[in-house]
Design a protein around this ligand. Structure first.
Ligand code: PLP
Length: 424
């Protein structure tokens, strides 16, 4: 492509539904996130948000502020390696690490793991020992207390994640003695998508205090403190990434209090982020297949549903989305917005009543063939959706930079099949 294409042209050229990821926005988000944090803070990119190789590579390359990778599967490991993250810059997390995947990660040069329990630490150690090496481990802590009032809370209750903070002192000697491991630090991830800055800061402050207590309980000086994340961006709705103007100073102050050596790298401090780094880079383009009225309610049926965006909608994490019309329909949209008030449900093509992207949301006047754009869909898109449900092809993923197309790809579903012959 030699000139800038409109979103509608991209849908026409490469098919619908299609995600368009803008690498300039990925670069801007990376710059902004590093700018929000105290100098020297490391950022682990959570591959679960979007493992697309071009997107992940954009977070790695460029200037001195390169992200590291937080992964939790061998699929993400392959994506990280392909995107240019060396094993030494990868943190492997997750509550169900198998011996096979640990072996694969260690073979690939990964040496930093988040350990979710004493037994998880032991399996990491066994895999490292078998490889003749020692794995650096961050003990993931499930704090007994919490302070955030918003976001998705992932700590403070019984969960598969992390070691209960109140048990750490009692098992510290065992944790320290696991062969093949060295306790490098702590990993606390307590919230996601915290729009409110005060709540985010309060949670980080609390996390840092808990970490300081855990350091005492463990009797090991921390080399790396991963305080988690929570950085927010709208999801499938119009809006901007959250601004956190006070965060940098507040975080530095909290670290000064609990970890006076942090400015000299004792410990190094890290955060994790998925959605903030890639969310606003993405636009989902979908085409209207049909418009119908049922018992007085309007339904706009798209060629993209929860198989394409929002397989997690059942968890209430998505609805309602917002749409705008790409191309000529944009004038109709402007007119409709002036009249204000037209509402419809946005349905996908799947044979399940759950395939709804938005219920009774304001929509422009739409007709079959119109291409609609759902903004802020760069995170938790295809790979967080019910991609294979009902056997529709995965959406096309178009990557652009400076308005020029960089790559076009689609995840393919392929069954590896082998009939097992038996002697009668
Ligand atoms: C351990 C961990 N790290 C990072 C993330 C990324 O979160 P977000 O995309 O909200 O930044 C998650 C999300 O659940 C997570 O569980």
């Amino acid at each position: 492509m030699s000139s800038r294409s409109t979103l509608e042209e991209l849908a026409e050229q490469y098919g619908s539904p299609a995600y368009v990821y803008d690498l300039d926005r990925v670069a801007a988000a990376r710059r902004d996130l590093f700018g929000l944090l105290p100098e020297g803070t490391e950022v682990f990119y959570a591959f679960k948000a979007n493992p697309h190789v071009d997107v992940a590579r954009a977070l790695r390359s460029g200037d001195s502020h390169a992200c590291k990778a937080e992964i939790s599967s061998t699929g993400e490991l392959a994506a990280a390696l392909e995107a240019g993250y060396p094993g030494s810059d990868i943190l492997y997390t997750g509550p169900g690490k198998t011996p096979g995947e640990l072996r694969e990660a260690i073979d690939a040069g990964v040496r930093l793991f988040s350990a979710e329990s004493l037994t998880d630490l032991e399996s990491i150690g066994a895999a490292a020992t078998a490889h003749g090496t020692v794995a650096d481990c961050l003990l993931r802590i499930n704090s007994a207390t919490a302070s955030a009032s918003t976001g998705i809370r992932m700590t403070g209750k019984p969960t598969q994640f992390g070691i209960d903070s109140e048990t750490v002192a009692g098992i510290a000697a065992e944790l320290r003695a696991v062969p093949g491991t060295s306790i490098a630090g702590l990993h606390l991830f307590s919230q996601s998508n915290a729009k409110d800055e005060d709540a985010l800061i309060a949670e980080f402050r609390h996390t840092i205090e808990v970490a300081a207590q855990m350091q005492c309980d463990l009797g090991v000086p921390l080399r790396l403190l991963d305080i988690g994340g929570g950085f927010s961006v709208p999801y499938g709705q119009h809006g901007e990434r959250a601004a956190y103007p006070k965060l940098r100073a507040e975080l530095a102050a909290a670290l000064d209090l609990s970890f006076p050596g942090w400015r000299q790298g004792a410990p190094r401090v890290a955060v994790e982020s998925g959605r903030y780094l890639v969310g606003d880079s993405g636009t989902l383009l979908a085409t209207v297949s049909n418009v119908k009225v049922s018992r007085g309610r309007k339904f706009v049926i798209l060629d993209a549903g929860i198989n394409t965006f929002g397989g997690m909608s059942g968890l209430g994490r998505i609805l309602p989305v917002s749409v705008s019309v790409a191309g000529p329909g944009a004038q109709r949209q402007a007119a409709a917005e002036q009249e204000a008030g037209e509402k419809a449900s946005l349905a996908g093509p799947l044979c399940t009543p759950g395939d709804i992207l938005g219920r009774e949301i304001p929509v422009p006047e739409l007709a079959p063939g119109d291409v609609v754009a759902i903004p802020n869909t760069g995170a938790y898109g295809p790979t967080a959706s019910l991609l294979m449900f009902l056997g529709r092809p995965a959406p096309t993923e178009v990557v652009v930079r400076g308005g020029e197309v960089v790559s076009v790809s689609r995840i393919e579903h392929v069954r590896s099949y082998r009939r097992v012959e038996r002697d009668e």
